[in-house]
Design a protein around this ligand. Structure first.
Ligand code: FES
Ligand code: FES
Length: 198
């Protein structure tokens, strides 16, 4: 690529020059978010997220690109929510946000400022296990257990949505949660038991 002054630019040098120009603009007086940019500490790339996790108010300063899953596991110290695929295909990372189940690997932490988040660590009550946790034990609904936190949180959501009236419906509405061990039959039985539909 040639410019008019005759300086030869290939794609790499052109991108580098563009970034340098961007840095110069960002360093200009009155341009927000410039401090520390040269040193990789651009505060414009971080945000404060205030959330209520399992009933506790928490606050984190996170990189804008951090997923909710990574914030829970790496910043909040809650590793119960599992990272299976990290791309929305397995459901191992399922949590409840404002009582709705979502794949926490597919959503940015900064999108949930002010939200209520429930993870597997928060589903048991003061008097013992959540009924669905107990049903998983009673029905032998897991083998390796890796998918189990996501299955249980998703099952709680499935029941709350009214999608656990019969086995076929449970299978459909739990289909986003994969179990590589193939414990599906017992998982469906456990969800139905907790829902009181069997
Ligand atoms: Fe999120 Fe698999 S880890 S869907
Ligand atoms: Fe092993 Fe679900 S119990 S993947």
């Amino acid at each position: 690529m040639d410019d008019r002054s005759g300086i030869r630019l290939n794609r790499r040098t052109f991108v580098g020059a563009s970034l340098a120009l961007g840095g110069a603009v960002a360093s200009a007086p009155g341009v927000a978010g410039c401090e520390g940019a040269e040193h990789g500490h651009d505060e414009s790339q971080t945000a404060v997220v205030r959330v209520q996790i399992n009933g506790q108010r928490r606050e984190f300063t996170v990189d804008n690109r951090m997923s909710l899953l990574d914030m829970l596991r790496e910043r909040a110290g809650l590793p119960g929510t599992k990272k299976g695929c990290d791309q929305g295909a397995c459901g191992a990372c399922t949590v409840l946000v404002n009582d709705r189940r979502i794949n926490s690997c597919l959503t940015l932490a900064v999108m949930h400022d002010g939200a209520r988040v429930t993870t597997i660590e928060g589903v048991a009550g003061d008097h013992g296990l959540h009924p669905l946790q107990q049903a998983f034990i009673d029905e032998d609904a897991f083998q390796c257990g890796y998918c189990t936190p996501g299955q249980i949180v998703s099952g709680i959501g499935c029941i709350a949505e009214g999608h656990a009236r019969e086995p076929a419906e449970i299978r459909q509405w739990m289909s986003g949660n994969l179990c590589r061990c193939g414990a599906y039959t017992n998982i469906v039985r456990a969800v139905a038991k907790a829902a009181g539909t069997r």
